[in-house]
Write a protein that binds this ligand. Structure first.
Ligand code: ADP
Ligand code: ADP
Length: 227
């Protein structure tokens, strides 16, 4: 379980990005943070992998304060997918994914086999593995980003507007794939979006944030729709 316990964040310039906020994301589910730009979604997400420290309160992973982990070890257990997939431009698609198992000590061949399996899993045809990122469409690059985030087999996956830069039809396909993948892998996913329809489609629980970092609602999508 992922838990935000009375978390508050004020940046050095005085901006309060997150008001005192408490919520928890169940293990093996998709929890969505939704709200307009600037309401603190990214700040919350980055507190989980300690790219940002809370001003007060704590973030806990399976009951342990993230500050108690070695940061590098913590991040190995947390996949992170962002809007611009952030792929290495000078490595092939396959090697972008294979890098992760290589870094954790896999042999080259084994790493590549694993990377190929992951690319298949996220629905990319095998021959695309030989291309460079710039030779893929935006939606395909996002799939590679997801495959790379999954490569370390992390129990937790942070997804920050991963599908926002692709056109609506492709986005719907990516959402369906994420739901399918989630059913198969059962990760604990924290998913950020500013699109309420996306939140309702993907979230088992949805946290609605308002400007100024207030948690306005935290409920199952059906309950949100009823209001
Ligand atoms: P998005 O609109 O995609 O949610 P933002 O424009 O809010 O993203 O933020 C993009 C990046 O800029 C983030 O890394 C955030 O931490 C940083 N950032 C946003 N606002 C400020 C600011 N006022 N001062 C410094 N950095 C900021
Ligand atoms: P969101 O992801 O919902 O767009 P962010 O978490 O990026 O929101 O930002 C929340 C608020 O904090 C915004 O007002 C943003 O301008 C501000 N902010 C983000 N990063 C910084 C920073 N490094 N320094 C100062 N203000 C920031």
């Amino acid at each position: 379980m992922l838990e935000f316990r009375s978390v508050r964040k004020q940046y050095e310039n005085g901006t309060v990005a997150v008001q005192e906020l408490s919520m928890s994301a169940e293990t093996g589910t998709i929890t969505v943070l939704v709200g307009p730009s600037g309401c603190g979604k990214t700040t919350l997400m980055r507190m989980v992998n300690r790219m940002i420290e809370p001003s007060s309160g704590a973030v806990l992973v399976d009951g342990t304060d993230v500050r108690e982990f070695d940061a590098a070890r913590l991040r190995r257990g947390i996949g992170y997918v962002i809007q611009q997939a952030g792929l290495f431009p000078h490595r092939t698609v396959l090697d972008n994914v294979a890098t992760v198992p290589l870094l954790s000590g896999c042999r080259r061949r084994e790493a590549r086999t694993r990377a190929a399996e992951l690319l298949d899993r996220v629905g990319l045809p095998a021959d695309l593995g030989r291309r460079y990122p710039a030779q893929l469409s935006g939606g395909q690059q996002q799939r590679v980003g997801v495959a790379r985030a999954l490569a370390a087999d992390p129990p937790v996956l942070l997804m920050d507007e991963p599908f926002s830069a692709v056109d609506p039809v492709v986005r719907a396909g990516l959402q369906d794939e994420l739901l399918r993948l989630q059913e198969e892998l059962g990760k604990t996913v924290l998913f950020v979006t500013h699109d309420i329809d996306e939140a309702i489609k993907l979230g088992e629980k949805v946290a609605v944030l308002r400007q100024g970092g207030h948690l306005a609602q935290y409920a199952e999508p059906d309950a949100l729709l009823a209001e």
